[in-house]
Design a protein around this ligand. Structure first.
Ligand code: HEC
Length: 142
């Protein structure tokens, strides 16, 4: 593990606990909480763009780590449609990119962090597109 400062670890642990609690609530079929969990992803990614434009590297790293924790906590849990093709692989790639983004922000590498951010947001779009395809091809319940 590259980032070993105890403050960072405490923050990661906190984010992990929050995301875990939200995820458990989401699994309890509470659509309001589930939607809130998902909208958090959008908010973190927007904050990253904001921080990149200000070259606020600690803020970039913070929200990238939060995105990774959220992605780890959220899994495919829709019983009405099949898990999209290679869903776990896409989630893993997303988590790896989030970690790479945090590392590049820690290294104060603006160009590298910007490129990784673009790759990360492209994953948002492609995973969602695959989810829509899977839902379309799912047969309606008898
Ligand atoms: C590995 C797959 C995957 C990736 C990557 C991913 N998501 Fe999602 N996202 C999901 C799933 C699954 C849902 C729930 C879809 C559903 O229930 O139909 C979802 C739902 C959402 C929603 C809808 C919330 C609502 O109100 O219904 C938003 C917004 C969202 N994601 C934002 C993002 C953003 C922003 C990113 C990138 C930073 C991202 N997602 C990356 C899988 C992913």
């Amino acid at each position: 593990m590259k980032r070993t400062s105890s403050r960072h670890l405490a923050l990661l642990a906190l984010v992990g606990v929050c995301a875990g609690a939200l995820s458990l609530a989401a699994r309890g079929q509470n659509p309001g909480v589930r939607a809130a969990l998902m909208r958090e992803k959008l908010e973190h990614s927007q904050r990253i763009l904001d921080a990149l434009t200000r070259e606020d590297f600690p803020e970039v790293a913070k929200h990238a780590s939060a995105l990774k924790a959220l992605s780890l906590a959220a899994d495919w849990d829709d019983p009405k449609s099949p898990k999209p093709f290679r869903y776990d692989m896409q989630a893993l790639e997303f988590q790896n990119l989030a970690e790479e983004l945090a590392d590049k922000a820690d290294a104060r590498n603006l160009d590298g962090a910007t490129l990784t951010y673009l790759q990360l947001t492209a994953k948002c779009v492609s995973c969602h597109s695959n989810i829509r395809k899977a839902k379309k091809s799912a047969k309606p319940a008898p």
